[in-house]
Design a protein around this ligand. Structure first.
Ligand SMILES: [Zn+2]
Length: 149
């Protein structure tokens, strides 16, 4: 029987974390697949996975390559530049830390992966070039956000 206060979160089998805190954060400390990403965020470095077998990049982190299914993945620092693929304005309070209105975007990194993020520099349009910035969070690693270049 699990001790009181020990919480399990059902995820994919390869990343079944156990935590003694609740609610679970997205720190990723209990998930070996995402932990290198969050560690790099702590240093304001945007990293993505690179496949040593086929050369493709991917994000979000996974235990194998989506292109060739190899597990020869390594972490590489992205340039932090990209292009807005899709964009919308969120006008309802969905996330406690974000006061609407704010811009929610899909950004295509120059390395290839598409990242769900926020545009924090004001008005933006699909196709605008952007560069990474960081939003601080209390007690958690910063998250990558983007500014129009
Ligand atoms: Zn591959």
């Amino acid at each position: 029987m699990a001790p009181e206060g020990l919480h399990f979160r059902l995820l994919q089998l390869w990343c079944w974390p156990v935590s003694d805190t609740f609610p679970l954060s997205d720190l990723g400390a209990a998930d070996p697949t995402t932990e290198p990403f969050w560690t790099a965020c702590g240093d304001h470095r945007l990293v993505v996975q690179h496949c040593g077998a086929c050369g493709s990049h991917q994000f979000y982190p996974r235990p194998f390559c989506l292109a060739c299914e190899s597990n020869a993945l390594e972490w590489t620092e992205a340039k932090g530049t990209g292009t807005i693929y899709a964009l919308t304005t969120v006008r309802l309070a969905v996330v406690e830390d974000l006061s609407p209105p704010y811009l929610l975007a899909l950004v295509d990194l120059d390395e290839g992966p598409r990242l769900l993020t926020n545009i924090v520099s004001g008005p933006a349009r699909i196709g605008d070039r952007v560069h990474v910035d960081w939003r601080s969070r209390e007690g958690l690693p910063p998250v990558p956000v983007f500014r129009v270049t």
